[in-house]
Ligand binder design. Sequence first.
Ligand SMILES: [Zn+2]
Length: 62
Amino acid sequence: MKDPEARPDVIPDRPRCPFCEGTRTELHSLFGSHASVSSYWCRDCRSPFEFMKWGESGGDGS
Ligand SMILES: [Zn+2]
């Protein structure tokens, strides 16, 4: 509702879909193939995708 930055460790309600970049997404499962990702469902393109909840080590730049 308010304070979008009040809880930095909370997962986003509606992350952007990586396929169609739509924001009409919904949380499907808190845990996807890894504990650090959540499974979401895109209502626009009807595709499941995973979103990383925490930016832990792994992104060593490119
Ligand atoms: Zn989509």
